[in-house]
Structures are given as C-alpha cells and as structure tokens.
Design a protein around this ligand. Sequence first.
Ligand code: SF4
Ligand code: ZN
Length: 303
Amino acid sequence: MKCVRCKAKGIIYLKRHNAAFCQDCFLYYYKNQVKKNIKRYKMFDKKDKILVVISGGKDSMALWHVLANEGYSVTGMYINLGIGQYSDKSQQVVESFAQKSGLELIVKDIKKEYGLDIYKLSKLLKRSTCSICGSIKRYLFNKVAYDGGFSVVATGHNLDDEAATLLGNVLSWEEGYLARQSPVLESTHQKLVKKVKPLYTLTERENLFYVLINKIEFLHDECPHATGARSILYKEVLNRLEEESPGTKQRFITSFLEKGRKHFQDVYEKIELKECISCGQVTTTEICSFCRFAQILKQNKEV
Ligand code: SF4
Ligand code: ZN
C-alpha cells in the first residue's frame, strides 16, 4: 500500500483510518494528532509549565519526547512505587533518557521519601495493590505539580486505555468516574492542578511506532500487577470489536465526549472538596488517603 500523503511505500497501515503512511508521514500524522488534541481542548500553550508523568513505558516516553520536540516547557516526573525489579528497571530507563536528552526530571520514591509500602497497605486495608498505588500516584502528581508551580499535569493515556476505562465505567454506571473521564480536567480548587491527556486519540500501537522510529528507549515489561486486571479484559473485548469494525474505539470515546459526558456533569460539580487537616492537599474527607496511609503504617510497624 502507498503512503496516503506522499505516495511513497507505506510501512504502517492504520486500519481505522484506512490509510498507510511512510515513516516520515507517520511522524507528521502523529504530531498533528497531538497538536490537534492540545488545541481542541485548550490543554496548554508554550507559556505553560508542564509536568509530564513518566512510567518508563512507551506511551509516557512518546509523550515526553513529542512535547519536548514541539518546544513545550516540560519536566518529567517519575515515581518509584517500590514494585521490585519493575520499579528499578523503569527508573533506570527514565533517568537514562532524561540524561541523554537533556530533559529535566523529578524522581519521587514512595518508600525512601515517605515510608510508604503498597504491599503492606494492601494487606492492612484489604484493598488491591492497584487501588493503593493509584491513590498514591494521583496525590503525588498533584502535590509535586502544585508545589513546583506547574500549571498542568500531562499523562500518556492512549485511546486503548481511555476506551477500556470508559467500557468499565459504563458497565457499572460509575457516575462519578464518568463525570471525570475527559482528555482535560480543569482545576476546580486553587490547589488542584489541571490534568490533560494529549495522546487520547492515539493507540498503543501508534505510540509504539513513534518510540521505535525515534529510537527512544522504553520499558517493554508491564507492571506485574497489570496482568489479570479487569482493564486487560476490556481491552481484549474492544480489540475484538475493533477488528470487526475498525474505528469502534475512537467512535466510543468521541461520541461519549460529545453526547454522553454532559449528562454526568452535575455529579462532578457536586463533589465537595476540602483541604486535608494534615497536609493541606485537596481531598473529599477530613484527612487525605495519602496521610491516612502514612498513619496506618506508623501504627502497624510490625506488619
Ligand atoms: Fe500501580 Fe497497578 Fe499500575 Fe502497577 S498496574 S503501576 S500496581 S496501578
Ligand atoms: Zn493529607
């Protein structure tokens, strides 16, 4: 198949667009998608100080690279979550990329800096490691951004992630989560920093092409806790639908954003926000979950 843009030999075929691209035109398409998403949702501009959340996987590495190359003011933020070899390897990949590319990076280590242990917490609270881990990450994204004077936090969520999350939320009509599912979450409190997802229309496969073409090192392994997660099942189901009907994932997301999300807007606006009595960060309870985790571990040192 020929490249739809320059008619050279196409090397990447994107079924949902019924289009093939050569290497250069794929990069043009990719950057164009990112630029369109930033513009469509007024995510940020060149004056903004952007904190990019980096896990070391292909999506976040692609995001960091593309934004830096487009001239945005970006700083990476990596959180070592204490997940054995996975955390050690991903930290190495991220630090090495930052060093080679001359990019700024903030590293946080939840064990060393805050004494937190997701495994102990999971056992004590009888909650999954992912739910503990998710709360800690969300807290730190916002805290680091707020304390560092960043105007926006960008994450590498892709189209596959967004469609799988939406499917999960729709299946159980999670109104609160549906209200919050958007490529941009404006700040609703002076201590909450705006959150954006500039890659929400690009697939995992497209991000993979982007990092391979640009020879960006990334961690191939998934977090060991990702296997068996419900989101993986949703991704498989959606892949099956996409195979039969290309463009399903994108239609699912765009039609939800255009027609569905507004029905949950009042749920979002009704969430009452407070400031944690211990750390001052925004929470819906007296004391935020991050401070509660630290307290629980202090009280249960022997676990
Ligand atoms: Fe954390 Fe779960 Fe994601 Fe692993 S898969 S990084 S434990 S949320
Ligand atoms: Zn707190």
